[in-house]
Design a protein around this ligand. Structure first.
Ligand SMILES: [Fe+2]
Length: 295
C-alpha cells in the first residue's frame, strides 16, 4: 500500500510540474485513473484481509463457534457423552479468558442514579448472537440492581463477569414432594399450585478474575444475581435459548422459608413461590459494540 501511495504522489507531483498539451494531459489522467483504481483495489484487498481476521479470530467469535460445536447437537442422544463434556470444557476455557476489552465494553462507574428508576432500566442487555442451539449476550447491571430469582427450564448456561462484582445465589429444583400445609402462616389454596420445592446450592461472589458460573438443566438451574459494590456486567450464554413456544419460558420465584435449617455442609431445602416478574425489575437493550460474530 505504501508503494501505491508513493507512486500516486510521484505521478501527481509530475502533473503539477508539467506544462502539457491536451494529448499529454489525457495520457496522464488515464495513468492517474489506473493508479487510483489499483490503489482502491489494494485498499479493498487489505480490508478484505483485515475483516475476516478480526471476525474469525476474535475471542468472542471463537467462543461462538465453540458454543455452536458444544450445543449444536446437545439434544441428540448421547448429549452427555465424553465429546460433549470435552467440548463444554473447551468452551468454558475460552469463556474464562474473555474480558470487557475483548467486547469493547468500557467498565462503567456508579453515576449516582438509582437502580430503581421509572425512566431507565436497572438492567440492560447487549445481544451478540442467537441460533437454535444457543444465545449469547451481555447483561449490564446498575449499581444495586438485581436480576430476581428465575429459572432456565431444560437449559445450560455459562455466565462470566466482565467487570464489577456479582453475588450469585444458585438453587436446584427438588423432585421430592413436600407438605405445603407445613408452612406457617399457611398459604391460601390458590397459591399452593405455585409452590416449588428447591435446594439452595451455593451463594458466591464473582469478579472478572473468577471462573465462569455454570448451570445445567439439573444443577444450579435457578439463580438470583445481585450487583455488589457498583455497576457490573457479565457475558451470558444460554443453550438452548429461552423459547416459550418450546417450553422454555422464564419463571420468577420468591423464597418463602427454609424447609430445613442447614446442618453442616448439607444444602438447605426451601419452598419457592412462583411469582409474576417483579415490577422493580425490567431489562432494556443497548447496542453491542464488540467484534461481529458470524456463524
Ligand atoms: Fe439467568
Amino acid at each position: 500500500m505504501q508503494i501505491y501511495a508513493r507512486r500516486m504522489r510521484t505521478v501527481c507531483g509530475r502533473v503539477d510540474q508539467l506544462s502539457m498539451n491536451g494529448k499529454e494531459r489525457v495520457s496522464v489522467r488515464v495513468g492517474v485513473a489506473v493508479l487510483e483504481a489499483e490503489l482502491l483495489l489494494a485498499v479493498s484487498k487489505l480490508e478484505s484481509l483485515a475483516m475476516p481476521r478480526d471476525n474469525m479470530s476474535s475471542l468472542i467469535q471463537r467462543i461462538a463457534r465453540q458454543a455452536l460445536l458444544t450445543f449444536g447437537n446437545a439434544a441428540a442422544p448421547g448429549a452427555n457423552s465424553k465429546t460433549f463434556q470435552e467440548n463444554h470444557g473447551k468452551l468454558t476455557d475460552l469463556v474464562t479468558q474473555v474480558r470487557a476489552s475483548d467486547l469493547r465494553i468500557a467498565p462503567r462507574q456508579a453515576d449516582g442514579s438509582p437502580a430503581r428508576s421509572p425512566h431507565s432500566p436497572p438492567v440492560t442487555y447487549m445481544h451478540i448472537c442467537e441460533t437454535d442451539a444457543f444465545s449469547m449476550g451481555v447483561f449490564l447491571l446498575k449499581s444495586g440492581a438485581c436480576i430476581p430469582l428465575h429459572d432456565h427450564p431444560g437449559m445450560n448456561g455459562i455466565l462470566k463477569v466482565l467487570y464489577g462484582r456479582v453475588r450469585i445465589s444458585c438453587f436446584d429444583r427438588a423432585e421430592a414432594p413436600g407438605d405445603p400445609d407445613s408452612l406457617s402462616p399457611p398459604l391460601p389454596p390458590y397459591q399452593k399450585e405455585a409452590l416449588r420445592r428447591s435446594v439452595e446450592r451455593s451463594v458466591g461472589e464473582y469478579t472478572d478474575q473468577s471462573a465462569p458460573c455454570v448451570l445445567t438443566p439439573h444443577r444450579d438451574n435457578l439463580h438470583q444475581i445481585d450487583a455488589v459494590d457498583g455497576p457490573t456486567a457479565f457475558l451470558d450464554i444460554l443453550a438452548p435459548p429461552y423459547d416459550p413456544d418450546d417450553g422454555r419460558d422464564c419463571h420468577y420465584y420468591r423464597v418463602l422459608q427454609p424447609l430445613s435449617e442447614p446442618e453442616g455442609p448439607d444444602p438447605r431445602e426451601l419452598w419457592l413461590l412462583e411469582i409474576p416478574q417483579p415490577s422493580e425489575f425490567w431489562c432494556g437493550s443497548e447496542p453491542y459494540p464488540g467484534p461481529r460474530v458470524s456463524l
